[in-house]
Design a protein. Sequence first.
Length: 304
Amino acid sequence: MSPLIDAWVRFFTAPSVPTAAFHVARSYLGGLRRPGKTGSAKSSVFRTLSAGMIDPSFEKRNIARPEPFRSVLKDAASRLGSPDGPIALLLPETCVKTALLTFDDLPSAPAECERIVRWRLAKILPLRPAETRLSFDVQRSKGRAVAFCVLALEAVVQEYEQAFAQAGLKVRMIGLPTVQLLGCLPRNGESNFLVVNVEEDHIAALAVLEGETALFRVKPLTAGDVWAEAADEVATTLRFLEDREKKRIDAVWVRPAAAGAAEDGLALIQKRTACPVRMIAGEAMTGIPPAEKIFLASLWGQMS
């Protein structure tokens, strides 16, 4: 994997990798605990969430049924075991806004850099800084600075933090599931690839071209044929990238977390593209029940 992507993986897991992490999605809660950056999982937990318990949204309340969710969370935390310190938390990608901003340059001073990044973001999302949490990473390459920005409402982040605090867990860092999947890919793989994360309610796509992130998008899915929609979105994204960047995608990596047979879903995507479509199946994830590996893959990548 390219030095740039390695740097982004380090950023979203820096300055040190927690020994425990949780992933909240609309229909499930996953947790993983590892003794360190290497080795098999010390313990893992996976719990399905009843319909309507979590309703991911950028602007509205996310935990629609707080008491049942806290009950599931406390049970999951007990099953996982007490972590050695604060945890990492992966949030539903439909409750944040992301932007990939390009600058001629950015100052090295963090406060000045954030001021400029927020000024650019305000043109897209006119929100007051006090209302939001902003996380961004700046990578410099080819005479330019690229900032990958993740923006969430303060109230939404606090909602999750408070729920985990009531379960005895302190959230130290927050990340995105699709970005963390980079940690599951071969380190010496293709230079041009697309990572696709298919959940039951949305699809997220992260494109990397010659070691640089070229695109990150999240699109809600309807309650119809999720895999057909996902295949259409992948095909559209590939055409957009090849038309805009004039480069060929060498591989599509898919985490199939939506309902239905994963092999059938990947076959639908494969019919829409000439490049190979590969499953992020978690073969390297030892110590985790096979049926849960796909759902815990982002957590594994977070802690790898």
